[in-house]
Design a protein around this ligand. Structure first.
Ligand SMILES: C[S@@+](CC[C@H](N)C(=O)[O-])C[C@H]1O[C@@H](n2cnc3c(N)ncnc32)[C@H](O)[C@@H]1O
Length: 206
C-alpha cells in the first residue's frame, strides 16, 4: 500500500508565519536542509515558495519519510529533493558523505529541540557549524523560556507533558540554546516573536 500523507494541525497553522521569516533571513540561493521534517507538510509548502533555493527534507523516522514522499508525490516541485534518513545524533550526516548540490546555504529545524534530548540540540549546533558556509543561516522555531519566564500560559503544562513522556525532553531556555550556538561559533542574529508565544531563532555562520 502506498504511504499516507500524515497531517499535523500545528504544522498547517504555523507554516505561513514561518515562511514569512524564512523569506527574510535565508540566503537567496543554495540548498536548505530541513532537519526533522515530520509529516512533510512544511517541505511541500516551503519548497516552491522559496525557489530558486532547493529544499532538502530529512527525517529519522521511516514512517514519516513515507509521509514526506507521499506529500511530495501529491504536490511535486522541481525545488524539492527526496527526504534523507537523518538523525542529528548519528554522524556522519548523509550530506557529509554526499554533499548537497547546489551547496548547502541554510539549515532549518522546526519544533524538534524540545521533543528530543538536549544532546540533539548540541549535535545540531555542532553539525551546523561544520557544514554551513560563511553567511549560512541556522533557523530554529519552537517554544522557549526567555530569562526564566514562560512566553505562553500553556507552556508550563506543555513542558510537564513533554517531561512525562521523556524526562530528557522539555521547553528549552533561549539563553542555553544561544550559548550552545556561540560555543560552536554561530552568532545569534535575531529572534522573531511568533504566534502562540513561539519564537523563530536565527543564527548565522560568520
Ligand atoms: C513535533 S515533530 C516536528 C516535525 C516538523 N518539523 C513539524 O514542525 O511539523 C518533532 C520531529 O523531530 C524529529 N526528531 C526527534 N529526534 C530527532 C533526532 N535525533 N534527529 C532528527 N530528528 C529528530 C521527529 O522524528 C519528529 O519528526
Amino acid at each position: 500500500m502506498a504511504p499516507e500523507r500524515l497531517f499535523a494541525g500545528a504544522t498547517d497553522r504555523n507554516r505561513e508565519p514561518i515562511l514569512a521569516v524564512l523569506k527574510a533571513v535565508l540566503p537567496p540561493s543554495g540548498t536548505v536542509l530541513e532537519i526533522a521534517s515530520g509529516t512533510g507538510q512544511h517541505a511541500v509548502h516551503f519548497a516552491p515558495a522559496l525557489a530558486p533555493r532547493f529544499w532538502q527534507p530529512s527525517e529519522p523516522d521511516e514512517g514519516l519519510r513515507g509521509s514526506i514522499a507521499a506529500w511530495s508525490a501529491a504536490q511535486p516541485s522541481e525545488w524539492l529533493r527526496p527526504p534523507l534518513a537523518l538523525d542529528v545524533l548519528a554522524r556522519p550526516w548523509p550530506v557529509e558523505t554526499r554533499p548537497c548540490d547546489p551547496p548547502l546555504s541554510a539549515i532549518v529545524n522546526i519544533n524538534m529541540i524540545h521533543i528530543s534530548p538536549w544532546a540533539a540540540c548540541r549535535a545540531l549546533m555542532r553539525a551546523a557549524a561544520d557544514l554551513l558556509p560563511a553567511g549560512g543561516a541556522l533557523f530554529l522555531y519552537g517554544p522557549y523560556r526567555v530569562n526564566g519566564a514562560w512566553r505562553s500560559p500553556n507552556d508550563p503544562a506543555f513542558d510537564q507533558s513533554l517531561k512525562q513522556r521523556d524526562p530528557s525532553w522539555g521547553v528549552r531556555d533561549l539563553e542555553a540554546v544561544v550559548a550552545e550556538a556561540a560555543a560552536n561559533g554561530l552568532v545569534l542574529e535575531r529572534t522573531v516573536d511568533m504566534p502562540a508565544g513561539n519564537l523563530s531563532v536565527v543564527c548565522r555562520h560568520p
